[in-house]
Ligand binder design. Sequence first.
Ligand SMILES: *[C@@H]1O[C@H](CO)[C@@H](O)[C@H](O)[C@H]1NC(C)=O
Ligand SMILES: *[C@@H]1O[C@H](CO)[C@@H](O)[C@H](O)[C@H]1NC(C)=O
Length: 192
Amino acid sequence: MLFISLLFLALLGPTSASASQALFTFPNLNVTYYYDHANFPYHPACDAAAGGPGWAKPTNEGASACGQSVKELNTNAVVAMNVTWLNSDGYASRLENLCGREVQIWKDGVQIKMKGGPFFLWEGCQACASLPRIDLSLNAYIAATGDKECHRGTVGSYDVYVMDNFVRRASAGRITLNPSALLFGLAFAAFI
Ligand SMILES: *[C@@H]1O[C@H](CO)[C@@H](O)[C@H](O)[C@H]1NC(C)=O
Ligand SMILES: *[C@@H]1O[C@H](CO)[C@@H](O)[C@H](O)[C@H]1NC(C)=O
């Protein structure tokens, strides 16, 4: 029983012991969309605006800056950000320190939420290196903007935070014990 609760607490990770904090803050960005893991015809107007049926297939299936494709990850929660910033400390650092971190998107004090969230950083965006924006899935774009017909394309002004917790890890396939959560687990187990 003690062992089970220790293991359980250790696997929960940092958010079980404390609330996540913003590591990077990007105020006043625009949002746009660049892929759609859920297939059309759910949003035919967006499909047409984006280039017709199958427009998202190459992005859905292509490898991303952090490894697996959105299709492999089976998610619409991938966020692409400024590729220059993403790469500024090199490839290894990107994979270890940036890929998979939670991304929070806020507008006018309200956090944008989407079924299948939370959002996480998993791709570099070339346009975002020179324009103040982030790239999202179509579902996330609609959740953020309410623009179900994709009339607007890019919409401002969102505050974006890259958090200290990870939703995914780029070096997948291993379960890592979180030291602070393990300590918390030890203290908790001693208490009960
Ligand atoms: C993208 O990141 C680079 C490196 O951090 C920075 O110099 C540049 O201003 C950023 N671009 C935008 C549009 O914020
Ligand atoms: C940001 O979005 C606004 C509309 O909300 C648009 O007028 C502006 O051109 C966009 N800017 C960029 C850099 O995409």
